[in-house]
Design a protein around this ligand. Structure first.
Ligand SMILES: NC(=O)C1=CN([C@@H]2O[C@H](COP(=O)(O)OP(=O)(O)OC[C@H]3O[C@@H](n4cnc5c(N)ncnc54)[C@H](O)[C@@H]3O)[C@@H](O)[C@H]2O)[C@@H](O)CC1
Ligand SMILES: Nc1ncnc2c1ncn2[C@@H]1O[C@H](COP(=O)(O)OP(=O)(O)O)[C@@H](O)[C@H]1O
Ligand SMILES: [K+]
Length: 508
């Protein structure tokens, strides 16, 4: 695996490993800390430049008991030497610090005061070096009160590594956490920088280099990444010069009954735009006319029950299915899902398609119907948090698990690719790989965008992309389409942005 090409995410434990490998190779911990402090001071100077007073700024650095506090001392000294008015407020006395943090405290020649003299209202910039990757329990007592008071005063705040209180592993807030305007972290980002609510608390995230070599990743072998085209661009099938439509797969979407057909059409139209060579909507007889009056390039075919579906599945060109949007949650969903999977076709199960299994989960998890090892996973589940809790109640309730871990465990149990949606959509594969998606806009929180997503993913499956890459690519393209449209998005407009998304992917 060529790690350097990818946006790897490291848990705090893995980051500690990167640190130890580097130190073993002869770079001292204090050298790393000085580099980190430098990066923080640079970010602070940039923010001070934004303030634009031109003169001396009042900077309060908050220093905790560990190396996060050490970074704060280094940054404080550099900012002091730049002529700013700096005070370091420490949680414990500097003489109680040990290791590199003690060296950093010795390096600082300015004023030190206890934490309780810190007044957020009287600063131009706060630098948070209380707790970083070493956060191991909820913040309580005086520190929690100070964080709450600071957040109310809302000063400009730069967090070192993570806003104190945000778990780097999960993005969870333990007790309380600072709201930062900007967060500077080192070497590689952590899941907590992209998983909510951590992502919001971080503000903008700046990953800076401090002298840790990328090849430490060969030892660490991380399994979590930020969802970026580099991860799946090579597997994305674009039309070949002399290709024909059947080279590009035939996606099939099941329509709901007469008064619930819109969701399936959103998925079908999106599948066509997203690159499937052909798309057919399978409609119950009572919805045929409604669907016919709205479809042009998407084909329409009657499907009244398992018998009809069985006949359709005889034609192997129908290779990727979407089941669930607007479909209803009865026995028929379960029958259709079983038939599609048993016929060896790829299936995106969304919305009602997921909820239909909430009381009979094991039917879906029955590995008999799933491919054996090496054959490749064919089932993609695209739940939002509510649907996820219906299918995986025990995993959803396990507070100690990060969203990454929840998606991973679900993927393993269901032997399916899981797309656990939200602002911080996680895509996980049964083999343990997982990505966090970070593009998109809040305008995606509107009815029907999930249906469009299932169609985009099905189009990639129809074109032969492996399920994990198809899901990751689909989620990224969906988010990018929303960004390109901008404010005022509705689900109907999303697929219309895909041509611009393809242009970007082809130019990259
Ligand atoms: N590659 C790296 O890993 C580098 C890390 N550096 C810095 O080192 C930091 C990690 O240092 P540490 O491992 O010392 O961890 P921290 O400095 O984040 O904190 C650890 C200390 O906080 C205490 N603590 C944990 N949770 C607490 C809570 N809720 N309330 C009060 N105290 C709590 C622990 O008992 C421990 O004493 C990073 O965040 C980063 O800022 C940099 O110095 C440079 C290199
Ligand atoms: N605040 C947000 N920021 C970015 N993406 C979002 C946000 N809220 C929702 N989304 C995305 O919008 C889509 C909504 O899907 P879903 O909840 O299934 O809605 P629907 O059932 O109405 O189609 C998902 O892809 C989700 O990740
Ligand atoms: K911090």
């Amino acid at each position: 695996m060529e790690w350097r090409r990818f946006h790897t995410l490291l848990t705090p434990d893995e980051m500690g490993q990167a640190d130890r490998i580097t130190i073993r190779r002869g770079v001292s911990g204090f050298v790393l800390m000085k580099a980190a402090g430098n990066r923080v001071a640079e970010a602070a100077l940039k923010m001070i430049g934004d303030i634009g007073t031109g003169g001396t700024c009042r900077i309060a650095c908050l220093g905790g008991p560990g190396n996060n506090g050490g970074d704060a001392f280094v940054a404080a000294e550099l900012l002091r030497r730049s002529g700013h008015s700096v005070v370091v407020h420490t949680l414990s006395k500097p003489e109680c610090l040990s290791g590199d943090a003690a060296l950093a405290a010795g390096y600082y020649e300015g004023t030190v005061e206890p934490l309780d003299t810190f007044e957020p209202e009287k600063t131009d910039l706060v630098i948070d070096g209380l707790l970083g990757a070493g956060l191991s329990r909820p913040i309580e007592g005086d520190v929690a009160a100070l964080i709450a008071r600071t957040n109310t005063a809302a000063p400009r705040l730069l967090a070192i590594d993570l806003p104190s209180g945000v778990s780097g592993k999960s993005g969870a807030i333990l007790g309380d956490a600072f709201q930062a305007e900007r967060t500077v972290s080192f070497f590689r980002a952590k899941p907590g920088h992209f998983l909510e609510p951590g992502r919001t608390r971080c503000g903008s995230v700046d990953i800076r280099q401090i002298g840790i070599e990328a090849n430490v990743l060969d030892t660490i072998r991380p399994k979590a990444f930020l969802n970026q085209p580099e991860l799946w661009r090579l597997q994305l099938n674009l039309p070949a010069g002399a290709g024909h439509k059947y080279d590009r797969g035939h996606a099939v979407v099941f329509s709901g009954p007469a008064l619930k057909t819109g969701a399936a059409r959103l998925a079908a139209n999106a599948a066509l735009r997203a690159g499937a060579g052909l798309v057919t909507l399978l409609s119950p007889p009572n919805a045929i006319l409604v669907n016919a009056s709205h479809l042009t390039a998407v084909m329409l075919r009657k499907c009244e029950g398992s018998g009809d579906l069985g006949e359709i599945l005889v034609d192997h060109r129908f290779n990727a299915f979407v089941l669930g949007p607007g479909f209803g949650t009865g026995e028929r969903v379960r029958d259709y899902a079983r038939l599609v999977l048993e016929a060896g076709r790829a299936l995106v199960l969304d919305a009602d398609g997921i909820s239909a299994f909430s009381d009979v989960r094991n039917i879906l998890f029955d590995n008999e119907k799933q491919p054996s090892e090496g054959e490749g996973v064919r089932l993609v589940l695209t739940p939002h948090a509510g649907e996820f809790a219906r299918l995986f109640p025990d995993i959803a309730e396990a507070d100690r698990l990060s969203k990454l871990d929840r998606a991973r465990q679900a993927a393993e149990r269901a032997n399916a690719v899981i797309v656990l949606k939200g602002r911080d959509t996680v895509i996980a594969s049964p083999d343990g790989r997982a990505v966090i998606n970070a593009n998109g806009t809040p305008w995606l929180a509107t009815a029907g965008t999930g249906d469009v997503l299932s169609g985009i993913i099905a189009a990639q499956l129809a074109q032969g992309m492996p399920a994990f890459e198809a899901a990751a690519a689909g989620v990224w393209m969906h988010g990018r389409a929303a960004e390109l449209f901008g404010p005022g998005l509705t689900a109907e407009e999303l697929a219309g942005q895909l041509p611009r998304v393809f242009v970007e992917l082809m130019e990259a």
